[in-house]
Design a protein around this ligand. Structure first.
Ligand SMILES: Cc1cc2nc3c(=O)[nH]c(=O)nc-3n(C[C@H](O)[C@H](O)[C@H](O)COP(=O)(O)OP(=O)(O)OC[C@H]3O[C@@H](n4cnc5c(N)ncnc54)[C@H](O)[C@@H]3O)c2cc1C
Length: 389
């Protein structure tokens, strides 16, 4: 098989890139190690920046998002038993949209199937060959048979544990990383949201987040230990602990119900630089991870893909490599802004076991300042709704 761009991974980054390339008449093949159903069942991100909505519109997959997505004009920050609203619309003129990653993935998969663009699911043993030269190749096995794709470029959209970043020689990559001393225990439940907008909670028992996927489905998180286990968290214990961390009004209004998904995720900041080696370009979680506090993971995957699409389209139309040569720097400039913001939100809101009483008082002083200062609220809002491309 030959194609112009071989895309590794059918997560949001790979599927979105495939759709944008298709819209520019650039042939591409996606290889995915899991089944389509498995990819669709992964409960992950749910908060979409306005810029990501624009890209999804440009890819022709924004219709259902506009119909079913919930537009949020602000969030609430809760500490000291009080909630403080950050009004995005007033402070920045922008909003964010609640629409699950599972739904975006479904919309992209359906659009790809309708376009007749090839995706090979359940591939094994993907290996990237001759990525430093002009004629890279991808080898893989499907149903026990080895196959090969010759291509002009490879897009490594295969997430944090994928093969793409690992193919780049170690000496050519610089890794920046911070692992946080806690995780997030998350549940999904068929219960109405605790409040019309997201509540971020900083509490002496630990961080909590009341989020949602729709008006009848809640996504709720509790800060937990890294060595914690979901078996330790029957639903009753989860709801009880959440109530303890919320302000009295929110706690009183909670509707509880059985969880339909429960998982623990560690929190990590990670960047691999540069995001290119020869003809291999990394995008999304393959190149960087943010702790989910700033809701940036999926949105960063979309901005990488946007820059990469522009660069590949420029090359295919004009032969110019300017966009491809500038891709890594352009993407990383935005990545580092999101890394900083996600780290800051995480530091502001979580309980850090190693913090001294002095540092705990500083944390509280910063929360008080945020509640009082319009300038501080603008800084948060500007980053939260998404920096410009
Ligand atoms: C548990 C969890 C919760 C999260 N919650 C949030 C959140 O609330 N908000 C937020 O903004 N972000 C969140 N994120 C992050 C967000 O989901 C990711 O940033 C986003 O999925 C990145 O998309 P991606 O396409 O780059 O990578 P992925 O979604 O990881 O997709 C990569 C794809 O590549 C495939 N793949 C991997 N290796 C290979 C291989 N060798 N060959 C072929 N295919 C391969 C994988 O199966 C996968 O389908 C969360 C992530 C996790 C893990």
């Amino acid at each position: 098989m030959r194609t112009q761009v071989a895309i590794i991974g059918a997560g949001p980054a790979g599927l979105l890139l495939g759709q944008l390339l298709h819209s520019s008449g650039i042939a591409n093949v996606i290889l995915e190690q899991r089944s389509g159903e498995y990819v669709l069942s992964r409960i992950r991100a749910g908060l979409i920046e306005a810029g990501t909505v624009d890209i999804l519109d440009r890819a022709g997959v924004g219709m259902r998002l506009h119909r079913e997505g919930l537009v949020h004009d602000g969030i609430e920050i809760s500490f000291g038993s009080h909630r403080h609203r950050i009004d995005f619309r007033k402070l920045t003129g922008k909003s964010v949209t609640i629409y699950g990653q599972t739904e975006i993935t479904r919309d992209l998969m359906e659009a790809r199937a309708a376009a007749g663009a090839p995706t090979v699911y359940e591939v094994e043993g993907v290996s990237l060959q001759e990525i430093a030269g002009d004629r890279p190749r991808v080898l893989y096995r499907k149903d026990g048979v080895t196959a090969e794709i010759g291509c002009d470029f490879i897009a490594g959209c295969d997430g944090f544990h994928g093969v793409s970043r690992q193919t780049i020689p170690e000496a050519s990559l610089r890794i920046y990383e911070r692992v946080y001393p806690f995780g997030w225990l998350g549940i999904l439940s068929e219960t109405p949201p605790v409040s019309p907008e997201l509540i971020y909670v900083s509490h002496e028992r630990g961080f909590a987040l009341c989020s949602m996927r729709s008006l009848s489905r809640s996504r709720l998180y509790l800060q937990c230990g890294l060595d914690d286990n979901i078996e330790n968290w029957p639903d009753e214990r989860f709801w009880k602990e959440l109530k303890l961390r919320l302000d009295p009004e929110a706690a009183a209004g909670i509707v509880t119900g059985p969880s339909i998904e429960k998982s623990i995720a560690p929190l990590r900041s990670f960047v691999a630089e540069p995001m290119r080696f020869g003809r291999l370009f990394l995008a999304g979680d393959a190149a960087h991870i943010v702790p989910p506090t700033g809701a940036k993971g999926l949105n960063l995957a979309a901005s990488d893909v946007y820059y990469l699409w522009q660069a590949l389209a420029q090359f295919c139309e004009t032969g110019s490599t300017a966009g491809l040569d500038g891709y890594s720097d352009r993407a990383l400039a935005r990545v580092w802004q999101a890394e900083r913001f996600s780290w800051w939100m995480t530091s502001l809101l979580h309980l850090f076991p190693e913090r001294s009483p002095f540092e705990q008082r500083l944390q509280r002083a910063e929360l008080d300042f945020l509640a009082r200062s319009t300038a501080a609220q603008i800084a948060l809002a500007e980053n939260y709704v998404g920096l410009p491309y």
